[in-house]
Design a protein. Sequence first.
Length: 403
Amino acid sequence: MINENRLLQRLHDLSQIGRNKVTGGINRFSFTSEEQQAIELVTSYMKEAGMTVNVDGVGNIIGTYGEENETIMLGSHIDTVPDGGKYDGALGVLAAIEIVQTIYEQQLPLSKKIEVVAFKDEEGTRFGFGLIGSRAMAGLLTYEELQKRDASDISIQEAMKQFELSPLPLEKVKRNDIQAYLEMHIEQGKVLENEELPVGVVVGIAAPLWLEVTVTGVSEHAGATPMSIRQDALTAASEMILAIEQMLNGTTNSVATVGKLNVEPNGVNVIPGRVTFTIDIRDIDEQKISALESSILEHLQKVAERRNVTVTSKVLQRVKPAKTAPMLQQQLASSIEKYGVQPYSLISGAGHDAMNMANVAPIGMLFVRSKGGISHNPLEYSSDEDIVIATNIFYDTVMELAK
Ligand code: HGY
Ligand code: MN
Ligand code: MN
């Protein structure tokens, strides 16, 4: 059994780094001093667990336990969304370290080595696309993507350099020696709560397509321009955004979200001349995502023509949906049964590093119940008992694979 107090204490301690005292939300973005503090703390935990710790070219923190040839990799992320919760990503990394520390303290024999990874920039808060560390480890990150710039015009490669990271050649970061990749993560939805279950086995992960849309009209005087001759970029964008919601309401499990909106020149007495907004489109089926992408963009063009503005769009990130490996689903299900819980399979609406790792290894994911399905929010919560039973179940699966 794991040391539950140690795990729960570490979850608490890590959640204090980047925590907003007013909202309780956590702001721990990649390539920042808060993240650096979190990296130091997680590195110390990995060392306490008997692991050697390395940082690869893009900044993935990799703890290694054992010297056997074959590798079981456990991972997640420690960066957050703006004002995020304390469990998203962090739980998976700390649970994995706790499992290794339990093995280390009991000197349990293993036939495979175990690696624990805290992936770089899963959330994509700063550069407009995420999953950078797992994309690189899966050989999917490109040199062009390293040149993407943030709001202060700093590129990913420059930000990496500031933290003494050297991502090139990217081929050096790619891994093809992993027998299985497993991730424990909060569900961030309401399914397990509705089923009254503490854990669930993920069978597939819906993937995010992120678009940035720019609507261009004409900035004019708010008082001197009659309504009939305006080319108002914000009212056009507003009609577009509501139309996207109406188009998605009719679908089964596709979702689309406009999460960011920027208005220029953003003056009370100026008709907005330019608006940019993002669209996050998700489904487990890649064909459905591209069908939605074209029907949405087609509709935006129609609204633009009618309102005498122009609309352009660009892809910020396109990730393939992933299926988990049946063998790992079965292993997780049998570990769940050992703990007297009914195994339950579900789809992940949220994206995870496991999606990218599916390109280089069979993947498995264990979900932990989220209270009210709330996540990406300071109120994100999973109970101590759910966390403890989930980590023991995860530990059982890891031992079955690595013993
Ligand atoms: O966007 C996601 O689904 C994940 O939280 N990065
Ligand atoms: Mn997240
Ligand atoms: Mn996450």
